[in-house]
Structure formats: C-alpha cells, structure tokens
Design a protein around this ligand. Sequence first.
Ligand SMILES: Cc1cc2nc3c(=O)[nH]c(=O)nc-3n(C[C@H](O)[C@H](O)[C@H](O)COP(=O)(O)OP(=O)(O)OC[C@H]3O[C@@H](n4cnc5c(N)ncnc54)[C@H](O)[C@@H]3O)c2cc1C
Length: 406
Amino acid sequence: MRQQQPQRARPLPPGGQCYHLAMSHRGMGAVEQVGVDMSRFRAFPYRGSLLRKIDGHVQEVFHEPISAKVLVERMELVRHIVDEAQRLVPERITFHWQLACKEVDLARQTATFSGPDGALHELRYDLLVGADGVNSRVRDAMAQQVPGFRQRWSGRMHRIDKFFHHVQPPPGSALQTPSSELDASATVLRFYYVDSPPPLTVGLFFIHNHADGTYSGGVSFTRADESEVGVGVGSGGSLRTAADFEAALGGLTMYPQEMRAAIAEQLAARPWYTSGSTLQVSRLTGPRVVLIGDAAHAVSAAFGQGVNSALEDCTVLAEALAGAAGDVDAALRHYERRRRPDAHALGTMDHQAEAFAGFRGKWNLSYWVFQTHMLVNGWLHRLLPGRFGDPGLGPLYVASYGCDER
Ligand SMILES: Cc1cc2nc3c(=O)[nH]c(=O)nc-3n(C[C@H](O)[C@H](O)[C@H](O)COP(=O)(O)OP(=O)(O)OC[C@H]3O[C@@H](n4cnc5c(N)ncnc54)[C@H](O)[C@@H]3O)c2cc1C
C-alpha cells in the first residue's frame, strides 16, 4: 500500500453515463452561487415538455420564464464544472480520476483507493464526503460502522435505460411534432410511450433537440427481474439488435425513418443502465463523514430531482462548514439537521412520482391515490374552475421534470 501523491488536474477519462438532466433553480443556483459560468447552457433554455399519451393525445407544458431551466447532457455538465473548478480555484482542487474507493475505516479516518494497475493507496482525511452515487462505498462503510445506520430502498434498479446522442435529421425533413417551431431557439423534451416486448413493461422513448439541430434521447423500460442487465430475459434480452429497436420505435412516425434507423443503431450498440431506485437513509453523517447526492438520497428519473438535490446538498454543506468556524463536527450536525428532512421528503415524493408515472404498474396504493386525486379534482375543476386548478397538468409535471418551481 502506498501514499498517493497529489497530481495536477487531468482531463476526464472517456465514458461515463450520459443522458439529459433538467436543471432548475435549485441546481443552477447552487453552481452559479460559487461562480460557475452557466451562460452557455442558459443560451439554449429548456422551453418545455410534451407527452404523447397512448391514445395519441398530446399534453404540453411550457416553462415560464423561459430562462428558468436548462437541459444539459450529464457528461457535458461534469466536464464544464471540472473546467470551471480549474479556472476558479486552480490551486485548491486535485483530481485523481483513475482511483476507485474500496474501503473506508471511519475510526482511523482513512480511505483506501485502487488504481488502474490494481495498486492500493491509503489516504488519511479530515472530512470524507461520500459523493459516489447510488452504489456508494462510503455509505456501505457507514452501514457497517455507524451504529443504528439504516437504509430503506424501494423499486431497486427496476428500470433499464439506453441513450443515443446527436442524431441528425435528414436534410430538408420537418419533424411532425407539436411545437417544433420552437426548435431553433430552445429545447423541448418529448416523451412517447413505446411497445415493450415482454417481459419488459412501461416503455418510454424520450428525445430532445440541441442548438446545432441534432437530437439526443433514449429509451427506458420497467424490467421484470434483477438479473444481469442485457443478459437476463427480463433485462433487455428482448431488445438486442438494431432491427429490434427499430421495430419498437416503429410507431413514432413523426420522426423520419432514416432518423429512427440511426437511433436504433446507436441503441443496439450502447449498454443498458439500471435506474429507478429510491433510497432513504436514517443518517446523512457519521464521524467525520457525510453523504451527498445519490449516495445520500438516490431517486428515480421520474421527477427529475436528483442532480438538483445533489447540487443543493453542496450549498448546504458549504454553508454549514463556513458557519462553523473550523468546527467540522458542529458543521456536520448542522448539515444533518437541515438536510435530513429534505432528503426524506425527496424519497417519499420520488416514490409517489414513480407510481404517478405508471412505472410500478397499477397494483400499488400510490397509483390509486393519484388516480382518485385526478378524478375528484377534475370534477371540482369543471364545477368551480376559479377555485380548483386543472389536475390534468399533473402527469405532465412528472414527465416534464418540472415540479420544483418556487
Ligand atoms: C435516465 C436518467 C435521467 C435523469 N434525469 C434527471 C433530471 O432530469 N434531473 C435531475 O435532477 N436528475 C436526473 N436524474 C438523476 C441524476 O442523474 C442523479 O441524481 C445525479 O446524477 C446524482 O449525482 P451524484 O453526483 O450524486 O451521483 P452520480 O452522478 O451517480 O455520480 C457518482 C460518481 O461517483 C463515481 N463513483 C462511484 N463509485 C465510486 C467509487 N467506489 N470510487 C470513486 N468514485 C466512484 C461514479 O463513477 C460517478 O462518477 C436522472 C437519472 C437517470 C438515470
């Protein structure tokens, strides 16, 4: 085991999951507050969303003000924030891209990392921030070493997703979708239900436009089992080849056939990812350790809250540390007090949202509570429109990643 020497920042390694992230005031506010320049994303705002329902009816929600939101590709955002960190605080951050955290010893305040050559590096820390996502090693260490630490999962990894990037529509083609006239100035995220070859269920195709006229998006399905992704019959085994994907997208005739073929080719070539877990933990902190982001409160994609909450965690933690005048333990107590209720509320909301979106099928209570709400409020809205809002916007809120406007 050897001590790792600090290195200068190097470019990010290639790869990394890349998909769209809707950033609202919360996420944008967190990064802009520390000086990250987001103007290049703001220049092409996220105008709104539409969902084409199974009966062909299209629901649209357009965000106002238009500048409130942006839709960014995850890896593009990561690269941008890393570049900005190097610009803003070049002497204060060191990146070690190739190291993976393997073990944490909370009592000794050490973390062990492995490098690409398999060599282990042990580091001593003052404060360990677990930002290592849904399968966090830091959280595993807390589960083993912090007395009373508990985790509650729901819908664990029950969705599978694949993504495509920057597909160019054929020259001269006009996409027959509502609101396509907005394409030149803003992005619109579109959702369509697609056939789900058994045993996959609830299939969604999503697509959004870029400033350069190309399109990115993906497909997402509920899977029947937890076998290895792409291998098990219920885990994408029924969608393998470009022809399989082209058949699944066959009903999306509003997109030209050449475009669907190019999308299908990318989908066949790319890996499946799993998603859809909701996690609530009993504590966000332990001795000199703190969880942020998905490590602390993994959520599904249903409400588009994950990245915004993760970045907001950073703001709360930074404020707690700044206000504690060097007393790290006091800062962690402050963070725990302020953030745990939000993290738990996020988990509850996400679990409900999954049901609203139909991802967990009809046989769960949340789905029927939601349907009753829609029915009763629909009647009330027709009876007294001045007093009761139109609940019809509800489902699209789920699809539009737009529920946290303040
Ligand atoms: C299809 C999809 C769409 C989504 N859309 C939205 C959206 O519109 N809006 C939104 O707010 N959220 C969305 N989310 C959720 C959002 O992506 C996550 O909540 C967010 O990325 C969490 O950020 P994070 O940094 O905590 O975790 P991650 O983004 O998962 O990053 C964790 C990082 O830790 C690294 N890591 C993991 N283990 C180790 C280890 N042992 N050692 C070292 N490094 C490690 C990983 O490589 C990764 O880079 C979506 C998610 C999916 C799957």
